[in-house]
Design a protein around this ligand. Structure first.
Ligand code: SIN
Ligand code: MN
Length: 207
């Protein structure tokens, strides 16, 4: 691991503030823009109720995470276009190798979340993956966000910290199954995305 990180909690989440510099963030933004042209953002819906979530999403990789009336799942194709997801770009695969421990498998899924200025994400755990010992690596691009990190139970106390454009957060060890969410976006805090808002890229070993 060749980069400085903060242990948000010993043995658990690691934050790499400013992992990507401005030019690298612009390159990533352009890569994601191309991928979104191929696999457009769609609005996920809550299981059972079908209520729309406030984020829009798409995926990269062999399988992608989707949510609709029938539940949460990973699937190999886009729910609207029915096409395969675009590949995970090399620079994200390289990021994975840099920030995860030796022995981690390669990611096969990268969720792309887009938050407009009023979007949020409720507290949840990433638990739809087959091997829950593998880390989760996420990248923030665009406007700042307030991230909330709790414990393994929904009722556990949470701590909040900001995620800024270029930051990388790794959920592993004792925090791999921690509840987490996005409480709010701070509009106008970044010029990276032409129309504002925030992109979050979350890589996982899903299958
Ligand atoms: C997620 O948990 O899927 C996204 C977290 C984030 O947007 O930082
Ligand atoms: Mn999550």
């Amino acid at each position: 691991m060749g980069k400085e990180f903060l242990e948000v909690r010993p043995g658990g989440a690691r934050l790499f503030p400013g992992f990507f510099d401005q030019k690298q963030q612009e390159d990533l933004r352009d890569i994601i823009r191309n991928a979104v042209n191929q696999a457009p953002l769609f609005t996920p819906r809550m299981p059972r109720t079908g209520k729309p979530l406030s984020v829009k999403m798409t995926n990269l990789g062999a399988i992608g995470w989707v949510s609709d009336e029938t539940g949460y799942r990973y699937q190999p194709t886009h729910p609207v276009t029915k096409e395969c997801w675009p590949d995970i770009p090399d620079r994200l695969l390289n990021l994975w190798d840099t920030v995860t421990d030796v022995g981690a498998r390669k990611p096969d899924a990268c969720l792309v979340n887009y938050y407009a200025s009023t979007a949020k994400m409720g507290l949840h755990r990433d638990e739809d993956e087959k091997d829950l010992t593998q880390p989760v690596v996420s990248v923030s691009l665009g406007d700042e966000a307030l991230f909330r990190l709790g414990g393994p139970a929904r009722s556990d106390k949470t701590q909040s910290f900001k995620l800024r454009s270029g930051d990388v957060l790794v959920l592993n060890g004792t925090d791999r199954l921690a509840f987490h969410g996005i409480s709010r976006i701070y509009p106008g805090t970044s010029t990276l995305l032409k129309h504002g808002g925030r992109i979050n890229l979350t890589m996982r070993v899903a299958d």
